[in-house]
Design a protein around this ligand. Structure first.
Ligand code: FAD
Length: 378
């Protein structure tokens, strides 16, 4: 079982303060403008938070996954968009951390750890969402270069990132073993950015299509061996789902805190609504769910670090339970504020919209249940 150590507790306090002072005041504007918050990226970089995702020998801070989760949770309490900057840093770089050669690691990781470059993860395609293996992007090797045709959709950080972990088929006849992973730089010939999406929530995170038109990827940018791609993608998601769980816990905890403070201030029928037992019970139920989700997320982060793939069902449970908690708790928090909860001047309707994505990306919550059931019935 995990227990937060002194370093983790200190980081939690530091990020909590940073989030209150610098991130919370920006959260509403980021959502309203729908523009990528470069200032928040710089804030995370300047406070060495991006470095948390990487080992010390590659210019990182050498933190474990639980520490990354704690930072994501604290940021998500006030601004999901900002927490996602750290989340996608983890997601986009994880395939490289898992499968790269020493040369690839030395070339690509230090600039990410120092916040000089950004990364993204390109798996989903229009015809291949939950069924990622149905992808139609194709990579053909010719004269030391892979020529990739096809594209990706819904890619977080698309157009913002410099480096992309991209998946494409190198062998049509080999099923999931015919998928390979590549490190793609945004300046490679044939790489393009397509449609930028307008979204319900996480509006400050850029989500877009990637277009591969005879894209030329040097053979030294293959990750692992040909055919390793699907395994790399699944192992990546096992390791990043706890961080989406942490994001969901953060959103839920932020909404709970706001609703509790509001109950003490809002006066109806001659006193604060906090004295109404009907609302007290709602608040208590919200708190029970947040606390349970937090423990499952921390536990899954610890297990992934210690037992690896065997923990993939727990990782799926954490993401699924925390995301469902974020959705339920934010809906209830809006209810506690009554009409004010529905207004954009208050943060709760934004938190409710942001919570929804945690049930969808990095595998929908239905897919998490498929993973869990498969594990139970194996
Ligand atoms: C804002 C945003 C950001 C994203 N960022 C990224 C990113 O950075 N990189 C990336 O690669 N992808 C990204 N995605 C894609 C995301 O992971 C997919 O949207 C998700 O996996 C679902 O795929 P789909 O949208 O095609 O839905 P579908 O797979 O078409 O699913 C439709 C419905 O069917 C259900 N379903 C599917 N299969 C099953 C099953 N076996 N059993 C029960 N129900 C099932 C789903 O749960 C869903 O309710 C992002 C998506 C969004 C919306």
């Amino acid at each position: 079982m995990y227990e937060l150590n002194e370093e983790q507790k200190m980081l939690q306090q530091t990020v909590r303060q940073l989030a209150k002072d610098k991130v919370e005041p920006r959260a509403m504007d980021i959502d309203a403008s729908g523009e990528y918050p470069w200032d928040m990226f710089e804030l995370l970089r300047d406070n060495d938070l991006l470095a948390l995702c990487f080992p010390e020998e590659l210019d990182g801070a050498g933190a474990d996954l639980l520490t990354v989760c704690i930072a994501i949770e604290e940021l998500a309490k006030v601004c999901t968009n900002t927490s996602l900057i750290l989340g996608v840093c983890k997601l986009g770089s994880q395939p490289i951390m898992l499968a790269a050669s020493d040369e690839q690691l030395k070339k690509y990781i230090p600039p990410l750890a120092r916040g000089e470059k950004q990364c993204a993860f390109g798996l989903t395609e229009p015809g291949a969402g939950s069924d990622a293996a149905a992808m139609s992007s194709r990579a053909v090797k010719k004269d030391g270069v892979y020529i990739i045709n096809g594209g990706k959709c819904f890619i977080t950080n698309g157009g913002i990132a410099d480096i992309y972990s991209v998946f494409a088929k190198t062998d049509d006849s080999a099923g999931v073993k015919g998928i390979s992973a590549f490190i793609v730089e945004k300046d490679f010939p044939g790489f393009g950015i397509g449609k930028i999406e307008h979204k319900m929530g996480i509006r400050g995170s850029q989500t877009c299509e990637l277009v591969f038109d005879d894209m030329e990827v040097p053979e030294e940018n293959l990750l692992g061996k040909e055919g390793d791609g699907f395994k790399i993608a699944m192992q990546t998601l096992d390791r990043t789902r706890p961080s989406i769980g942490a994001q969901a816990v953060g959103i839920a905890a932020g909404a709970l805190e706001y609703a509790a403070a509001y109950m003490k201030e809002r006066v109806q029928f001659g006193g604060p609504i906090a004295r109404l037992q009907g609302l007290q019970f709602m608040l208590a139920d919200m708190a029970i769910q947040v606390e349970a989700a937090r423990h499952l997320v921390y536990h899954s982060a610890h297990m992934i670090e210690t037992v690896g793939r065997e923990a993939s069902a727990v990782s799926a449970m954490a993401k699924c339970f925390a995301a469902d908690t974020a959705m339920k708790v934010t809906v209830d928090a809006v209810q506690i504020l009554g009409g004010y909860g529905y207004m954009v001047e208050y943060p709760l309707e934004r938190m409710m919209r942001d919570a929804k994505i945690t049930q969808i990306y990095e595998g929908t919550n239905q897919v998490q249940r498929v993973v869990i059931a498969r594990h139970l019935l194996a």
